[in-house]
Design a protein around this ligand. Structure first.
Ligand code: COA
Ligand code: MG
Length: 297
C-alpha cells in the first residue's frame, strides 16, 4: 500500500472536515497542531474523535491520520482523545530523531490496549526535519527497528523558524542549501529504512502547473507521495505519483518478456538486457497501478 496524497484538514473547522471525504486523497491528516489556534485545541480533539468514530475502518474512502502536537507539548492529551477512534496513523511533528518515534510507539501500545484497538494498528509518519538536530539524526532511521513507521516527511517552515533564518529560499526562489540538505537526507533515510518518502507541501495552492512540475520532479527523484494543503491539489498529486500510461505499458512488456522465457534470469527487450531487478520493478509498477485503479473504480 502506497499513499500518494496526504491532505491536511484543520481539526477545528466543521466546514473543511465536511469537505474531506470528497477530496479523493489517499490519506487525510486531521490536524490538531499548527493549523489550530490554542483556544480551539480542546474542541478540535472532540471534532476529530467524532470524525473518526463516524467512519469505522470499513467505511473509510481515505486513510484517516491525525497530526498531534509535539511530544513535549500535549501529545498525550491528543493521543488519549483520538486513539479509540482507531486512526490509521499518527503524524508526529517536530521530532529530534527516531527515539521520539519509539516513544510514540510505546504510548500507542498502551492506548491500543486501553481502547480495544488491535495492537500495532496505528502507524506513524514523523515530520523528520523540523528541529535543528533532526536532519543530523536522519541516518539513524536506517538502523532503527520501528514497525509502525510507514514513511518520513519533512518541513521547511518550522526548521527555518527553529534556526532563526529569515527565509528558507535562495535568490532564485529554490530551497536554500540547508533545506535541500534536509530534504535529500530525508529521502535517503526513508529509502534506507524501507519506508515511503513523502515530499513537503507546495505552498502556492492556486498554481496547479507549478505543483504538477514540482511533483513530477519529486517522483523522478524517488519520492512516493506529497502533502496537500488544499483539496484542489489532490488530483495533481495522485496523478504525478502514479505510474504513467507509458510506465504501465512498458512494465507489461517486461513481464511478458520474462513469461515468454520461463525460468530465464535475463532476457532481451528492445536491444537491451533485462534481469531480475527489472522484473521486480515492473511487477511493482503494475501492483501500484492496480491499487490506484481500484481506488478510482
Ligand atoms: N480541507 C478541506 N476543505 C478545504 C481545505 C482543506 N484543507 N482547504 C480549503 N477547503 C475548502 C474551503 O473551506 C472552501 O469551501 P467552500 O467552497 O465551502 O467555501 C473550498 O475548499 C475552497 O477553498 P478556498 O477558498 O480556495 O481556500 P480558503 O481560502 O478557504 O483556504 C487555506 C485556504 C490555505 C486556509 C486552506 O486551504 C487550509 O486551511 N488548508 C489547510 C492548512 C493546514 O492544515 N495547514 C497545516 C499544515 S501546514
Ligand atoms: Mg508546522
Amino acid at each position: 500500500m502506497n499513499l500518494r496524497s496526504w491532505l491536511f484538514i484543520p481539526g477545528d473547522s466543521d466546514k473543511k472536515l465536511g469537505k474531506a471525504d470528497g477530496a479523493g486523497a489517499d490519506a487525510l491528516i486531521l490536524d490538531l497542531e499548527d493549523s489550530v489556534a490554542p483556544a480551539n485545541k480542546a474542541a478540535a480533539r472532540q471534532k476529530v474523535r467524532a470524525f473518526l468514530n463516524q467512519r469505522p475502518a470499513e467505511r473509510r474512502t481515505s486513510q484517516l491520520w491525525v497530526r498531534i502536537n509535539p511530544l513535549d507539548n500535549d501529545a498525550l492529551i491528543d493521543l488519549a482523545a483520538v486513539a479509540g477512534g482507531a486512526p490509521d496513523g499518527i503524524m508526529l511533528p517536530k521530532i529530534d530523531g527516531p527515539t521520539d518515534v519509539l516513544r510514540l510507539s510505546h504510548h500507542l501500545e498502551a492506548l491500543e490496549a486501553r481502547d480495544g484497538v488491535p495492537a500495532g494498528h496505528i502507524r506513524i509518519l514523523p515530520v523528520a526535519t523540523e528541529t535543528p538536530v533532526a536532519p543530523l539524526r536522519l541516518a539513524e532511521f536506517a538502523s532503527s527497528k520501528l514497525p509502525r513507521l510507514i514513511g518520513l516527511t519533512w518541513g521547511a517552515e518550522d526548521l527555518s523558524a527553529a534556526i532563526g533564518a529569515s527565509t528558507n529560499l535562495d535568490e532564485k526562489g529554490e530551497w536554500a542549501l540547508t533545506y535541500r540538505f534536509a530534504r535529500s537526507s530525508m529521502l535517503l533515510a526513508a529509502k534506507a529504512a524501507g519506508v515511503q518518502a513523502i515530499d513537503t507541501l507546495y505552498v502556492n495552492f492556486r498554481d496547479a502547473d507549478g505543483l504538477r512540475q514540482s511533483c513530477r520532479a519529486a517522483a523522478k527523484e524517488g519520492f512516493t507521495g506529497r502533502i496537500a494543503i488544499h483539496p484542489d491539489q489532490v488530483t495533481t498529486i495522485n496523478e504525478a505519483f502514479a505510474p504513467s500510461d507509458e510506465d504501465v505499458a512498458f512494465a507489461k512488456r517486461v513481464v511478458a518478456a520474462f513469461e515468454a522465457q520461463s525460468g530465464a534470469g535475463t532476457v532481451g527487450l528492445d536491444g537491451k538486457m533485462l534481469d531480475i531487478p527489472h522484473l521486480k520493478q515492473a511487477q511493482q509498477v503494475l501492483a501500484l497501478h492496480e491499487q490506484y485503479q481500484r481506488k478510482k473504480g
